[in-house]
Unconditional design. Structure first.
Length: 185
């Protein structure tokens, strides 16, 4: 008998609004994830204090520690985010800051990481997605370039738009199927 392990994907949603399009995307990905994929939407990012090394000395605040623990359990990390003023929301940037510590050994280090999302602009959040990928890469994640989906939310209904859902689910599958290249030291 073969022991099959689910691939666990921690999802960081950049929008705090309950009815946000990006929250809907995260829920669609959770509900329609391929067999063998568990999507864990991490709530409570708004409860994590802004990163401050003084707060992180000794033991991190409980909300930051819980964020780190959930991401540490994941095999992959996916940011689902809108774009605020041409970049990623502060709550997402803060989560990445906490996940990058301790330096070189944070919960995000070495994890395959992707970014998807939608905004009500013609650009679909591409700047926020690029900034999120760059920040996660600097924090030590392995950014999977083929995962980025920057979708304009103008005139679409995520619940019924099969093409958009297929793009998003394709991105999730690419992230799950990604195998990091291991180089000899």
């Amino acid at each position: 008998m073969t022991d099959t392990k689910n691939t666990r994907v921690a999802v960081l949603v950049g929008s705090l609004r309950a009815d946000s399009v990006n929250r809907q995307i995260a829920e669609i990905l959770r509900d329609q994830a391929p067999a063998g994929t568990e999507v864990d939407i991490i709530d409570g990012l708004d409860q994590v204090p802004f990163y401050n090394e003084d707060l992180d000395a000794g033991s991190a605040p409980a909300t930051a520690a819980a964020l780190r623990d959930r991401v540490a359990l994941a095999d992959r990390v996916l940011a689902v985010t809108p774009e605020y003023n041409g970049t990623m929301p502060a709550v997402l940037n803060n989560a990445i800051d906490w996940l990058s510590r301790p330096y070189g050994a944070g919960a995000i280090v070495g994890k395959p990481f992707g970014v998807v999302g939608a905004t009500p602009t013609p650009y679909g959040g591409k700047w926020a997605h690029a900034d999120t990928a760059r920040s996660a890469g600097i924090a030590g994640a392995v950014v999977v370039e083929d995962v980025t989906v920057s979708q304009s939310a103008i005139g679409i209904d995520l619940g019924t738009d099969a093409d958009v859902q297929a793009k998003l689910l394709g991105a999730l599958s690419t992230l799950v199927d990604f195998t990091p290249v291991v180089t000899a030291a």
